[in-house]
Design a protein around this ligand. Sequence first.
Ligand code: SF4
Ligand code: SF4
Length: 254
Amino acid sequence: MYSWFREQVCLIVCPYGRMQGVLLDKESIVVAYDYRRGEPRHKMKRNEDHGKGDCIDCGLCVRVCPTGIDIRNGTQLECVNCTACIDACDGIMESVGLPKKLITFASENGIKKRRKLHFTSRMKAYITVLVLLIGVEVFLLSTRSDYDATILRAKGMLYQEQPNNQISNLFTIKLVNKTRDSLPVTLKVENFDAKIQIVGKSLSVKKEDMSQGEFFVYMYKSDILKRKTVIEIGIYTNGKKIKTVKTNFLGPII
Ligand code: SF4
Ligand code: SF4
């Protein structure tokens, strides 16, 4: 059952074989059987002078293939370039005293015309695309932020009237810490004289983890000039600001 499933994964699930059919041409280096050297195949014993092809038709390359194909029939969509057939055939060639690489990495034209690898425009285009993709990946990794934070007003809550001419809103905060250190977190409203009160003891996020918390923001009514006031909340850890998040503070319609 497992070996059947493994074969189905190679044939159907793995995208590698599908990609090859689109990308390959006769200059592409693939796992290939050197038919000019191997044919006509025939059974032979060690060091026997046979005068025919080098393939002794042992069938080992087919038996070790995870997708069950015979590479001697040419490049096939099912081949996932695992190289199991190369290793198997090299072992057989060694045991019968013939040179290795009857199955090897080669292009169709390399075998047919005995021509060495040369760079085609298709190869140059692929290399350019690959270099660009690696560049984008390196850029994204090097500019990746170590922290992430989302602040939203608590669902279903409007605002609360408070003593001292203040209005409060309840917010939820989600913190993501991608570093290897645990972080104690403090919050501060940056653009108004407003107070923050954490619900519960304190905010913190463990290393390589995420956490969630709630807090109230208290603003003076005199600062609230419209229904939604944009406030900027600074997120600090050990006195250092790691992020500023903008959110809306809801007040009464004036
Ligand atoms: S393992 Fe090598 S020698 Fe044996 S059948 Fe395959 S290609 Fe021929
Ligand atoms: S490299 Fe050889 S063993 Fe591997 S999938 Fe291709 S033909 Fe089969």
